[in-house]
Design a protein around this ligand. Structure first.
Ligand SMILES: [Zn+2]
Length: 225
């Protein structure tokens, strides 16, 4: 697997990183989303509906989708949860892991951020009962789906001018969550993408965050497209 996106809830990865995911899969990269919980209960959602919506969103973005089924709203960075996520990393050997930013009002998002960091470390352990071979994902980056009303300084901004519409379609596939406020969601996603796009001189952008130094693997990426 090229990229594993760790999300607390189905729709987090789409909201925070959907435009970038669509760009990767257009280039033929193998991108997986692991939802730590099923995201339910919510006021208008049901498990089977939410899972179907998540599959639809994954189809739109061209990704695979896994569900760990940890407890929504009570997600914790426990030993068992670390082991479960570490096994996903060992079995799929992603080159890059994306986790939630970890500066947030939502306790599940905070827990998911910590959990991803700790699972990455656990994934390399030897002499354990964990499935798969020891593996340390070389790159850990972060995406934002923060409930804090605050602008965080990104490490980089990805040009998603050509994939914003797919991102919006993926997010709106969660009809149980957004059906009653589609226009507001579209407006918010577009305005946010425009805000970040302006930062790098393109129409629409998506911020990424780096808990470690951001490596430039290919210096050609420093040249405008
Ligand atoms: Zn969430």
């Amino acid at each position: 697997m090229d990229v594993l996106v760790v999300a607390a809830h189905p729709d987090d990865a789409e909201i925070g990183l959907g435009g970038t995911i669509a760009r990767w899969t257009e280039e033929g990269l193998d991108v997986g989303i692991v939802d730590l919980t099923d995201g339910e209960p919510t006021p208008r959602g049901e498990r089977h509906v939410r899972l179907a919506e998540a599959e639809r969103a994954a189809d739109i973005l061209g990704t695979r989708r896994l569900l760990l089924d940890l407890p929504n709203r009570y997600l914790m960075d426990t030993i068992e949860a670390r082991v479960a996520l570490a096994q996903v990393m060992r079995l799929h050997a992603p080159r890059t892991v994306f986790a939630p930013l970890g500066r947030d009002q939502h306790p599940d998002h905070l827990a998911a951020s910590q959990l991803a960091r700790h699972a990455r470390f656990y994934a390399k352990l030897t002499k354990t009962d964990m499935a798969g071979d020891p593996y340390y994902p070389p790159v850990l980056l972060q995406f934002a789906t923060s409930h804090l009303r605050k602008v965080f300084q990104p490490a980089a901004v990805v040009d998603i001018s050509d994939t914003l519409e797919r991102k919006i379609s993926a997010v709106l596939s969660y009809r149980s969550q957004f059906e009653l406020r589609e226009e507001a969601v579209r407006e918010t996603l577009t305005a946010t993408a425009r805000f970040y796009g302006v930062r790098i001189g393109v129409r629409y952008g998506e911020p990424i965050f780096a808990p470690e130094e951001l490596a430039i693997w290919d210096p050609a990426t420093l040249l405008p497209g």
